[in-house]
Design a protein around this ligand. Sequence first.
Ligand SMILES: Cc1cc2nc3c(=O)[nH]c(=O)nc-3n(C[C@H](O)[C@H](O)[C@H](O)COP(=O)(O)OP(=O)(O)OC[C@H]3O[C@@H](n4cnc5c(N)ncnc54)[C@H](O)[C@@H]3O)c2cc1C
Ligand SMILES: NC(=O)c1ccc[n+]([C@@H]2O[C@H](COP(=O)([O-])OP(=O)(O)OC[C@H]3O[C@@H](n4cnc5c(N)ncnc54)[C@H](O)[C@@H]3O)[C@@H](O)[C@H]2O)c1
Length: 533
Amino acid sequence: MLNRSTRIALRSNKNIVSRSSILNSLNKSNLIYQQSRLISSSEPIKAQVQPEVSSGSASFHKAPRIIHQGQSDKPTVAILGSGWGAISFLQHVDSTKYNVVLISPRNYFLFTPLLPSCPVGTVDEKSIMEPVVSFANKKKGDVTYYEAEATDINPNDKTVTIKSFSNINSISPDSVNVGLQANEVAQIKYDYLITAVGAEPNTFGIPGVEEHGCFLKEIPDSKKIRHKFIEAVEKANLLPKDDPERKRLLTLVVVGGGPTGVETAGELQDYIDQDLKTFMPNIVDEIQIVLIEALPVVLNMFETKLTSYAEKVLRETNIDLKTKTAVGKVESEYLIAKTKKDDGSIEETKIPYGVLVWATGNKPRSLITNLFKKIPEQNQANRGLIVNENLLVNGTNNIFAIGDNAFAKLPPTAQVAHQEAEYLSKVFSKISRIPNFHENLKSSTKPDVLFEENGIKPFKYIHLGSLAYLGAEKAIANITYGSRSFYSGGGIFTFFVWRVLYVSMILSFRSRFKVIADWTKIAFFGRDAFKEL
Ligand SMILES: Cc1cc2nc3c(=O)[nH]c(=O)nc-3n(C[C@H](O)[C@H](O)[C@H](O)COP(=O)(O)OP(=O)(O)OC[C@H]3O[C@@H](n4cnc5c(N)ncnc54)[C@H](O)[C@@H]3O)c2cc1C
Ligand SMILES: NC(=O)c1ccc[n+]([C@@H]2O[C@H](COP(=O)([O-])OP(=O)(O)OC[C@H]3O[C@@H](n4cnc5c(N)ncnc54)[C@H](O)[C@@H]3O)[C@@H](O)[C@H]2O)c1
């Protein structure tokens, strides 16, 4: 019995590899050939057989050194990333008008708003992952996916250098080997480039953070936090009650009182209060979560009434909240923090920890900072690619930037990335209908004027509000439409509002269903306490 992705591949890749050769190789080696419907190129791209992987569908194919994608009468749009910006753009772009190429080392979309729920298993990691192929399969026209990392953007020759991210080095000798080999380098030629590679955790160069801290940005981060936390509790459990090492191991420090830090601390505290007490009742009262924030308040994007409420909930749930405290150094078993006292003096403290979660915000990826240097208009950029009102990267007429890797004077949120992507896909639809627009844009020295003359309106962000989970089934929310506020509050009711809104934001029905099932499951059976899941 072939699985679904196998059937898709067989149906759509008939002119690349014969059905019988694939079936032969499937039969002989029990390998699964996946998602080659996505592959389309004027170059002879062939199919590849690969072992079935558990993390969702993947597409791998061999690329020549320089790849001119798809049909030559259509412009090629290369999209970098598979996160909020990239996938929202893919969902909405008219792929019959362009050769669409998506490049990302991560072969799935990640619904980040529920990532803080994952380390403790409130939501299963797989529930918030959706394979790229699920989105690509719904598109008409040609969509190609490369499971690869973009390592360099070359605006002068309009290419992106990519390095295959696949760890598949060898496949069955009988099958057709066509994938990009692991670590193989190729260049993709583009007419338009959409950068949506997000950002990476910022350590502000503080020594020790990279080595000893856990970030919370991707799925492996969630698994690492769970593993370290359970391991620390298990180790502590073997030590006598008065051993300082036991106290250290049972201290979990979260640095950064932004939404990532607060939500993670709240979820961990929930796990301790609601589940760990059943598994390890003798130790649970000794576990201490410490939340450290450099500013005087946590969640500073909310109004004072809500931040005060948030702090009250955090303290009531036994989280040791230290505001006006900045961490300056991290060692393997303790960190050094400086607290600004009310009289203006600075107090230095040494805080031993068993697990350290680092959530102090983002910085641009090296792919993007390297591009800053190649475009004179971007030389002053530091937070992201500076874009004009149409999200075109200043100093270029074919690179657009959306999401966290763009600097459009907006916060780095999923909401912004999603709206920017929707807007840009509409722009792409519109310009495909304007005669000679592509040619005119290529030679234009004033792209802003060209966009305006052709009636393309600037991007307008509409803020729909902010939500944050605090733990103990309490959340805060400020629901808005632009400058109009519809709801502002905190508590258990807001927690249900938070859940409903988050579920409605999930991009696929499948994920939505799985998240609701996870919540239902833990309501009846609680969470698990496994290091590995
Ligand atoms: C724990 C957490 C919770 C959050 N909760 C919320 C929330 O509740 N509401 C909200 O609005 N925002 C939230 N955010 C912020 C939100 O996730 C980001 O603003 C959003 O993901 C930005 O979208 P993006 O497309 O720019 O980047 P991302 O979604 O991060 O996607 C970047 C993509 O680029 C890929 N990539 C990376 N490097 C390369 C490369 N070299 N080449 C090709 N591809 C590459 C990555 O694999 C990824 O697929 C949260 C963030 C975190 C970390
Ligand atoms: N629920 C939500 O809407 C949600 C959830 C998570 C993330 N996000 C978005 O993702 C983006 C990133 O969020 P985030 O929470 O990761 O980062 P953030 O930038 O929002 O917050 C980081 C916090 O860390 C503090 N900090 C920095 N250095 C420190 C140090 N050395 N010691 C102590 N504190 C320090 C900062 O003062 C800041 O408050 C934001 O735009 C946020 O809005 C939103």
